[in-house]
Design a protein. Structure first.
Length: 137
């Protein structure tokens, strides 16, 4: 059920875990899923999280730049590692590297920090001990 003030609502289904497909009910998009530890072709939670964070954070950076009358190109590269825990299970170690071309580092860093506070995906990950967003040149 959509939130009453929702600007966009998606329903995504996975009923095959790491072997098969996941799909979006709204538009029929289907994505082949595979275990990241197998040689099978397909995507996995690590890659999907990286795509989600890099896209959302970079879109937010671009919105902030546009709001300041700037047309600088930006890029967000996300590195994700699947790490085993000593007590069993796994966790994701996430490092997002954001850069804004032709902007002094201090100004770029302020924009990236502001974007991290506004990006819905970054907000979802906020407070995680294993997620880091850094500004790079």
């Amino acid at each position: 059920m959509a939130h009453p003030k929702s600007l966009f609502h998606a329903e995504v289904v996975n009923d095959q875990a790491l072997q098969g497909e996941a799909f979006v009910k709204n538009d029929g998009l289907r994505v082949v899923i595979s275990d990241p530890l197998s040689p099978d072709l397909g995507t996995n939670p690590e890659e999907l999280l990286g795509l989600s964070l890099s896209t959302c954070l970079n879109a937010t950076i671009q919105a902030l730049l546009k709001g300041r009358g700037l047309k600088n190109k930006s890029q967000v590269e996300v590195h994700i590692d699947l790490v085993p825990e000593e007590k069993g299970g796994f966790f994701f170690e996430v490092l997002a590297l954001a850069k804004i071309e032709s902007l002094p580092f201090e100004k770029a860093d302020r924009i990236v920090q502001a974007a991290e506070k506004r990006c819905p995906v970054a907000k979802l990950l906020e407070g995680s001990k294993t997620v880091t967003v850094k500004t790079v040149q």
